[in-house]
Design a protein around this ligand. Sequence first.
Ligand code: S3P
Length: 177
Amino acid sequence: MEKNIVLIGFMGTGKTSIGMRLARTLKREFVDTDREIETLTGMNVFTIFKKYGEVRFRSEEELLTKKLALRKRLVIATGGGMVLNPHNLEILSENGILICLQADPATILNRVKKKKQARPLLGKEVTLERIVELLEARKDFYSRANIVVNTSGLSPDEIVAEILTKLRGVNDETAKS
Ligand code: S3P
């Protein structure tokens, strides 16, 4: 399968850590879009939001999406808001299998509290209400994935194993059609 594997989903669902493991297992190159934008702009995500606003960050995401969609066999961990732009969603899915990682709001809260600086959209004091509200607003975008994996209660190894099983299913379907 030459297509990219694109992990989408809310902040704190494990896209980066699972993406790295998956890339190692499949011997593919791994790209984390937030880290890539930080390298390209020379600023961290927090600073981009603070100094130039969300609009600038989203435009960096769109530029990067176009570049990544031209490449093959990547494992890409997207920032949680990347697929809110329908254009990004469209071009990522043209040459990629979209996998959405889900986690329950309490698990997300626990994870994001540890890395406040990286998530300017959640504000200084992250609350469960804010997470539930954003999840609700974004659910239609995340549901566009080809594969959905609920990570609650699963170890990283189990999550990767489930992704691999579901990817085989998608490949078999593609081969049949
Ligand atoms: C965002 C998610 C973050 C980062 C930025 C905006 C979002 O990435 O791109 O803070 O809109 O959900 P992670 O999903 O890796 O936390």
